[in-house]
Design a protein around this ligand. Structure first.
Ligand code: FE2
Ligand code: FE2
Length: 139
């Protein structure tokens, strides 16, 4: 998931750059980023967050807050899209990027280490295999 965060971070930078330059690629970059983020969110909610709730891990409040963050980010993207992708304000993307960075940082510093500590080796293997089914590109 951390390496996918790297990809998402790189895609938001490309996206911001395309918007700022008013590049004809902005709509395509936006669509690509939105799809990657949707897959990432699906993987986290369907696998990691569920696991956290099932295992009744101490800090479910964290998962609830992260889920709210997902909803907010998807809404922000929809709002940008509805304002017409190519004319969206660079500030909207900037605001989104800052929110998204903080969200990823929280997952990397608080959620992932917790799961790493709590799950058995077999559980981790199962989680990794499921996540790979969602996030790995197949050509
Ligand atoms: Fe997330
Ligand atoms: Fe994430």
């Amino acid at each position: 998931m951390i390496s996918h965060h790297g990809l998402l971070g790189a895609l938001t930078t490309v996206l911001k750059d395309d918007f700022e330059r008013k590049s004809g690629m902005a709509a395509e970059s936006f669509g690509k980023f939105q799809w990657e983020l949707e897959k990432h969110i699906f993987g986290e909610e369907a696998i990691l967050f569920k696991l956290c709730k099932k295992e009744n891990l101490e800090d479910c409040q964290l998962v609830i807050e992260l889920e709210k963050g997902h909803t907010a980010m998807l809404k922000m993207l929809e709002n940008i899209k509805n304002g017409s992708v190519t004319n969206a304000w660079a500030e909207d993307i900037d605001r989104f990027q800052k929110f998204h960075s903080k969200h990823m940082e929280r997952e990397e510093k608080e959620l992932y280490p917790k799961l790493d500590f709590e799950l058995s080796a077999a559980e981790k293997e199962e989680v990794i295999s499921k996540i790979n089914e969602i996030l790995i590109k197949k050509y």
